[in-house]
Design a protein around this ligand. Structure first.
Ligand code: CA
Length: 238
């Protein structure tokens, strides 16, 4: 017989990054009460560390944080985990912050002070969008190497090569969409956090560096394959 855990079935894994202790505890109580699994930290550096280590279904991220501000946290998490939704908490009346937050790749925002109902509604929508999806992949075997995305490194035999958050993001995005070609503009938007295709060379340069780390023969790539006139594709060579 199926165990009774009905209110948990809709729960998602949420990372809360908020420095104000009473608000942080209030949010944690609220989300746990709604059936979510919650990890909470109190500064931006801890937020990045937690978000890089674990695939959350949603990050609730305060804008003003000690050690590393919310915008920078958003940029780093977005680069490494392009599919992980981010809900920004902004200060009352600061329209500029909202716009900037969304520009940096936050998926939505709520303005402080917010009601419990408002926050829970956003968490339910955003958290489920991606629950259990591609960003949960933390290790990929390719071309004789293991791409350890959780520890951000390529392991080939005895050799270990570190990956940057952006490189991890590129690998995640290509692997998540391995059934099709990924365009440069798409990588720019989802991994680099920039719109338009003025800087597609930045993508090509990043791919060239990444290939030196993941390909056994970077001159003849088998993991990240170029598709002429279109972009890049995951080569799925295990
Ligand atoms: Ca704050």
């Amino acid at each position: 017989m199926r165990p009774r855990r009905a209110w948990h079935d809709d729960g998602v894994r949420v990372l809360v990054v908020e420095d104000e202790a009473s608000l942080r505890e209030g949010i944690v109580d609220l989300l746990q009460g709604d059936g979510h699994d919650v990890v909470a930290v109190g500064d931006g550096v801890a937020g990045v560390e937690s978000g890089l280590r674990t695939a959350f279904d949603l990050v609730v991220l305060d804008l003003m944080l000690p050690r590393l501000d919310g915008m920078e946290v958003c940029r780093k998490l977005r680069a490494a985990r392009p599919g992980m939704p981010i809900l920004m908490l902004t200060a009352r009346g600061s329209e500029d912050d909202k716009v900037r937050g969304l520009m940096e790749g936050a998926d939505d925002y709520v303005t402080k002070p917010f009601s419990a109902r408002e926050l829970l509604a956003r968490v339910r929508v955003l958290g489920r969008r991606n629950a259990g999806a591609g960003d949960a992949v933390d290790s990929v075997d390719a071309d004789g190497a293991t791409l350890d995305l959780a520890r951000m490194m390529v392991v080939r035999g005895e050799a270990r090569v570190a990956l940057t958050p952006r490189e991890v993001g590129i690998v995640r995005w290509l692997h998540k969409h391995k059934d099709r070609v990924v365009t440069r503009a798409e990588l720019l938007e989802h991994v680099f956090g920039q719109r338009g295709d003025l800087q597609t060379r930045a993508v090509d340069m990043a791919i060239a560096v990444l290939r030196k780390k993941v390909e056994s023969d970077p001159a003849h790539p088998r993991v990240i394959v170029s598709v002429k006139g279109a972009g890049y594709a995951w080569g799925s060579v295990a």
